[in-house]
Design a binder for this molecule. Structure first.
Ligand SMILES: Nc1ncnc2c1ncn2[C@@H]1O[C@H](COP(=O)(O)OP(=O)(O)OP(=O)(O)O)[C@@H](O)[C@H]1O
Ligand SMILES: [Mg+2]
Length: 448
């Protein structure tokens, strides 16, 4: 039968005073009920509990210390603490004896299966039983009550653990004896539960904060590792690309040029054959131009030898040569070559981004002016590519082609890229900013 709620401290004081006649504490004899401490003893015991639990951060140790000190107040053979976890689960810690309730055997169990679920659900203010073996409150369909028999637990006091009124779990004190505990001891048990609940709550929050800090650190570390890995991969790809460029230049381009020269010396004989040869020569010239263009874009060349702004200038000039219309192009470096202090992979990625932005401006808009500006603001470098074309649209930004490559390259080097549709004068701005220290892990340059 549930009695009135026992959570108030003044209620405990009143009860303690009433029990002060019980005299000195000692362990009960066989077949005798648990002895009642007097108020002074109870207070001493609470103080010693408070001292013993403050310090350790391991639940097992906290509970062991708690049980040792509580023994002077309430004799027991088994003690457990259940902590409620979200989603109807709970975790049980035991002292003195360990059963299958222990968190080490079953990390989390459904609260609905707990033989003390009435307290854990807040349906009853506490449970006091003379014999848990026969008390129907502990035995219902699906109840995990087997440890009661395995550990020979008969008399029990179960009180809630509360923090600022909210239920966070329960404290259960058990004895091998029947008819061992009484209402007064429930009050003392509740006092001890109030003491430990605040501490357990703080411990749990601390543990959660630590876990989330560790998880955050791990996530940041993983992201950093992935970034470095991808950067190295990009760097490897860039090196391979340059090697291919040089091979193409030294081998394929040279071969094609030789074939072209030999073809020019062939006399077709008939007019028709000569016409065919001329057509083949035209096709070959076209191929040569294509391969030259590819080689230019691939080999290390100007970027490595003369630096970022020269390389952008060279790219603009190369583009201009192939354009049928007149286009004003200029590069302004307001940083006096600071781009060349960037880590090599980062600088190359920046160059490839600018290349694609310029190519897009020429390919997709009828612009007649492209402006590239390099600047610095504090620790960040900025490169801006402006054109006066038709202007990029929101939908264009979802492209899986060059624009997606730009975004990926920027991500890899911790750069941010911004696409803007300009209104007056009309056009498109692509602005990339990158920290000057990008690509350096923990202050060390990448091992490339
Ligand atoms: N500077 C620009 N001005 C106007 N529209 C642009 C500009 N840059 C890109 N776009 C638009 O964005 C679209 C997507 O560009 P993106 O570079 O992803 O692909 P692409 O240039 O068509 O193909 P690829 O880059 O593979 O050659 C383009 O088709 C074009 O419509
Ligand atoms: Mg493109």
């Amino acid at each position: 039968m549930p009695r009135s709620p026992i959570t108030q401290t003044n209620h405990i004081e009143v009860t303690l005073k009433r029990n002060s006649e019980y005299g000195q504490l000692h362990m009960p004899e066989e077949g005798v009920s648990a002895l009642m401490p007097n108020a002074g003893e109870a207070l001493d015991c609470y103080l010693s509990i408070a001292q013993a639990i403050a310090g350790p951060t391991d639940y097992e140790l906290v509970l062991e210390n708690f049980a040792n000190r509580l023994r002077a107040l309430i004799a027991h053979d088994h003690l457990d603490i259940v902590l409620l976890h979200p989603a109807g689960m709970q975790i049980c810690y035991e002292a003195r004896m360990h059963t299958s309730w222990s968190h080490t055997q079953s990390p989390a169990r459904p609260t609905e299966e707990s033989p003390i679920r009435d307290v854990l659900r807040g349906d009853t203010p506490y449970i006091l039983t003379d014999d848990a073996w026969t008390d129907p409150r502990f035995h219902f369909e699906g109840s995990d009550s087997k440890p009661l028999f395995d550990a020979n637990l008969h008399s029990r006091i179960v009180v809630p653990l509360r923090v600022q009124g909210a239920l966070i779990g329960s404290l259960a004190i058990s004895s091998h004896k029947t008819d061992f505990y009484n209402e007064e001891l429930v009050v003392l048990a509740q006092g001890a539960a109030d003491l430990i609940s605040a501490y357990l709550f703080a411990l749990e929050r601390g543990k959660e904060a630590k876990e989330s800090a560790v998880a955050e650190l791990e996530a940041t570390g993983r992201e950093q590792a992935l970034r470095l890995g991808a950067l190295r991969l990009t760097e490897g790809m860039e090196r391979e690309r340059q090697r291919l460029g040089m091979d193409l230049h030294d081998q394929t381009l040279a071969d094609l040029a030789r074939i072209r020269r030999r073809m020019s010396r062939i006399d077709g004989g008939s007019v028709a054959a000569q016409k065919e040869i001329n057509a083949l020569q035209d096709e070959l010239d076209h191929c040569l131009d294509e391969v030259r263009g590819i080689v230019e874009a691939m080999k290390p060349g100007v970027l490595q030898m003369f630096g970022f702004s020269e390389a952008v200038e060279a790219h603009l000039q190369r583009c201009q040569k192939h354009m049928r219309r007149e286009i004003k192009m200029r590069v302004q470096d307001q940083t006096d070559g600071q781009m060349d202090t960037l880590q090599d992979t980062v600088r190359t990625a920046m160059f490839r981004i600018v290349q694609e932005a310029v190519n897009n401006a020429l390919k997709h808009t009828a612009c007649d002016c492209i402006d590239v500006r390099i600047s610095q603001d504090g620790p960040n470098m900025f490169v801006r590519v402006d054109d006066n074309g038709t202007g990029i649209s929101e939908a264009d930004l979802q492209s899986k082609s060059g624009i997606s490559n730009i975004k990926t390259r920027a991500d890899l080097i911790s750069a941010t890229v911004r696409f803007e549709r300009l209104a007056d004068p009309k056009g498109t701005r692509v602005e990339i900013s990158v920290p000057q220290t990008a690509g350096q892990a923990a202050g060390e340059p990448l091992a490339l």
